[in-house]
Every structure is written in structure tokens, then in C-alpha cells.
Design a protein around this ligand. Structure first.
Ligand code: GLU
Length: 441
């Protein structure tokens, strides 16, 4: 993940930049933010007169770093570093999740916030992009400590979030309970119950039906569309999934229901393989009960690195950033990669996969189902009128199909990858809004 650095890339970026690097960046260690900057550079030639505004996308609008002190159960005081970055708000309030992870850095949150700007524009929901995080391993905290951490963090970032300013949501290691605590803390501070300040809440607190499954459902929906374009029969496809939580687990379940064989699954505890296809509901139940997949009966446990050599048609990276790199991209057997995670493929790996004829459906469209149903949740909270799950899923599928079709058309028109095509569509929307609003003062 963020520790995996590519020095050749960062040197290229530093050399090609016409502007001095901002003080918070180290030219030799740009990480995910460096990857994002290169993705923007790749799209700039296609932006026409809007290229004049492109520098806007290369610096976040607002970044807040906060100290989050909490009293641990043993009576000592611990301090954690928290972040909230609002990358762009040209098209609407900031929107994006909050992750709790021991390796989170400001540079990583900057990249994740920028990818939210691109994603929200790609599916045309009226938001800018934002992201937050706390540098903590939540597995080491008790429930009480986790609640105190969440509440203090929410209070600290309370000066920049709000239902019409910036709306957090779940991301890696955060869930509906964390959102309930965030909503309550913000509401206590402003003196009114403000359900619209976060999305991904429990259903009984203004959450939306279908939100928990939405990212995985979106991954499946664009996967079906992409497979049609390359003549791949989903009902016969072999699928390998990295990360089997809320995104990979749901996507895996939907693919297996459509007849695909889930032949390999990797998570932070190990990697399993079964050529005849895993029983996904049983595997999900096993993970829930035992916290690991490697003890699932009747499967072959393989080395983590062997995951990249698995014979399959579809690969779904649904864990963390920088998993598909120049070192393993050449080994991938799949014809189709659908990015459930944010930022799983480096630009060098993108080039290798493109040369090898592997179609990559990029994160900024593939995993946009989550934020799309977050948008539905926010709208439902504002109107206090709640929709049925069927209606939510039907609207989600339509938005994902439309987004995929537009991006596919642009990729054909300009003969570019789906990632560059998505960036073209999204950057044009963001920069057009920027231009219409004009420069203040
Ligand atoms: N964390 C999710 C993402 O990366 C969802 C964000 C949201 O719903 O605001 O897209």
C-alpha cells in the first residue's frame, strides 16, 4: 500500500512539473498522491480550453490535520493523528469516506479525496470530493475506546463538515456504528439532530436500504457491462477476488449467483484456491464466525504471492492501494480487472495491462456504487421520505450502466484506457463547473 513507492515515477513527476512541489510533499516519496498527479497529467491533453484550470485539480482545496487524544481503558492518554481533506467543491459539498488504518498518511488521504472528486463527477452526483482518516489500528481498541476516538475526531473536524459542507461515510475499517457515533457527536455539537451529516448510517437512524451492498453491487453491474464488450460470458467466468469484506464479499456473492466460479480469494489472513469454485455464502459465514478464510474446509491454501498467477477470467482487487504493480501486472491471467478498491493499480501496471490486452474498469467508476447510494441516502434524509430497496437498486444499476456506457464511448473515441476516459469525463465536468463559477474575488 502507501509504503510501496515507485521512485522512477516520482522522479519523472518532479522533473516534468512546471511548478515547485508544495512543501508537504517529498519529491522522492509521493506515494498515492503522485499516482493521482500522473493520472491527471495523462488526461490534460484531452481537456481543450479547460486545461487552463487543470492546476486546480493538482492541489486540494482544504486540508485539516487534527490531534485526536483519548483516554484508554487502562487510564493512560493516547494521541492519534486524524485528517480530513476536501479536494474539490466546485460541483457541490465535499463527499467521501473515513478510514481507520495504522498506515494512513496525509498524502494517501489527499489522493483518496481527489479520487472521490473524479468518482462523484464520473457518476454525475452533485458532490465534490473529500476523504478522512485516522492513523490507528482499530483492532487494538476496545469498543469504548473506538467510540471515544470517533467522537473526538468528529468534534475536531466539526469545523469543516456538515450536511451541506462535507459529508463523511464509511471506508476501510469504519461501519454504520461509527457513522451513528459521528452523526450523534455532530448533532450534539450543533444542537439539532442532523442525519444528513454522514451517510452509511444504520437504517433506523436515516440510513438507506441497499447502502451496505451498494459498492459490491456497482462492481458487479459494471463487470457485467464490461464483460459484454469483450465477449466474456459471466455465467462461465472464473473470478479471483482480493479483499472479501463489504466490497469484495458482496461482489463475489453476486458473481457466483450469476453463475461465475469464484476460484481464489485473498484477504489479510491469507489466500485460498478452489478450481471448482468456492461456496460464497458458506465462505462469508465462515469468515464472520472465525475471522479468517484460511481455515475454510476443503480448499487449497496458497502463498499470497501466488494469487497473482491464478488462472482466471476476472480479477477484482477490493482491498487497498498499489496492489497491482509493475512487478506482478505481467503475471495476471485475467482478461478483465474490476477495481473494487481505491487506487489498486499503479500507472506502470496500467500500461503493462493495456499492452497485454487486459481491460481495466477503474476504481473511479467501478466502485462508485457506494457513493451513489450515499447520495440517495442524503436525498432521503433531506426529504424525510424513504424509498424501497427495489427502487434504490434499480436507480443504482441505471446510474452505473449509464456511467460505464459514457466512459466506454469516450475510450473508443480517443483510443484511451477506461481510466483515462473516466478522468476525461470527470475532469471536464469539474473544470466546467469551476469555469462557470469563476475565480473569486
Ligand atoms: N468510501 C466509499 C468510497 O470510497 C464511499 C464514500 C461515500 O459514500 O461518501 O467511495
Amino acid at each position: 500500500m502507501s509504503q510501496v513507492r515507485d521512485h522512477a515515477l516520482t522522479k519523472t513527476l518532479a522533473a516534468s512539473s512546471t511548478h515547485a512541489l508544495p512543501s508537504y510533499l517529498n519529491a522522492d516519496d509521493l506515494g498515492p498522491w503522485g499516482i493521482y498527479l500522473q493520472q491527471v497529467d495523462r488526461v490534460t491533453p484531452y481537456l481543450g480550453h479547460l486545461a487552463r484550470w487543470v492546476e486546480t485539480l493538482k492541489r486540494p482545496k482544504r486540508m485539516l490535520v487534527v490531534d485526536v487524544p483519548i483516554e484508554l481503558d487502562n487510564g493512560t492518554i493516547a494521541h492519534f493523528e486524524g485528517y480530513r481533506v476536501q479536494h474539490n467543491t466546485s460541483r457541490g459539498p465535499g463527499k467521501g469516506g473515513v478510514r481507520f488504518h495504522q498506515d494512513v498518511t496525509l498524502s494517501e488521504v489527499m489522493a483518496l479525496s481527489a479520487w472521490m472528486s473524479i468518482k462523484n463527477a464520473a457518476v454525475n452526483v452533485p458532490y465534490g470530493g473529500a476523504k478522512g482518516g485516522i492513523r490507528v489500528d482499530p483492532k487494538t481498541l476496545s469498543r469504548g475506546e473506538l467510540e471515544r476516538l470517533t467522537r473526538r475526531y468528529t468534534s475536531e473536524i466539526g469545523i469543516i463538515i456538515g450536511p451541506s459542507k462535507d459529508i463523511p461515510a464509511p471506508d476501510v475499517n469504519t461501519n454504520d456504528q461509527v457513522m451513528a457515533w459521528m452523526m450523534d457527536t455532530y448533532s450534539m455539537n450543533v444542537g439539532t439532530t442532523a442525519t444528513g451529516v454522514v451517510t452509511g448510517k444504520p437504517i433506523d437512524l436515516g440510513g438507506s436500504l441497499g447502502r451496505r451492498e451498494a459498492t459490491g453491487r456497482g462492481v458487479f453491474t459494471v463487470g457485467v457491462e464490461a464483460a459484454k464488450h469483450i465477449g466474456l460470458d459471466i455465467s462461465k467466468a472464473r473470478v479471483a477476488v482480493q479483499g472479501f469484506g463489504n466490497v469484495g464479499g458482496i461482489a463475489g456473492k453476486l458473481f457466483s449467483e450469476a453463475g461465475s466460479r469464484i476460484v481464489a480469494v485473498q484477504d489479510h489472513t491469507g489466500t485460498i484456491y478452489q478450481e471448482s469454485g468456492l461456496n460464497v455464502p458458506a465462505l462469508l459465514a465462515h469468515i464472520k464466525e472465525h475471522g479468517t478464510l484460511i481455515t475454510f474446509p476443503g480448499v487449497e491454501v496458497i502463498a499470497n504471492d501466488a494469487f497473482w498467477d491464478v488462472s482466471c477470467d476476472i480479477l477484482i482487487p477490493a482491498a487497498l492501494e498499489q496492489q497491482i504493480t509493475a512487478t506482478n501486472a505481467g503475471r495476471i491471467q485475467a482478461k478483465l480487472v474490476i477495481e473494487g478498491a481505491n487506487g489498486p493499480t499503479t500507472p506502470q501496471a496500467d500500461d503493462i495491462l493495456q499492452e497485454r490486452g487486459v481491460l481495466v474498469v477503474p476504481d473511479v467508476v467501478a466502485n462508485a456504487g457506494g457513493v451513489t447510494v450515499s447520495y440517495f441516502e442524503w436525498v432521503q434524509d433531506f426529504s424525510s421520505f424513504f424509498w424501497s430497496e427495489d427502487e434504490i437498486n434499480a436507480r443504482l444499476v441505471r446510474i452505473m450502466q449509464d456511467a460505464f456506457d459514457s466512459v466506454w464511448a469516450v475510450s473508443q473515441q480517443h483510443k484511451v484506457t477506461l481510466r483515462t476516459a473516466t478522468f476525461i469525463v470527470a475532469c471536464q465536468r469539474i473544470l466546467h463547473a469551476r469555469e462557470l463559477r469563476g475565480l473569486y474575488p
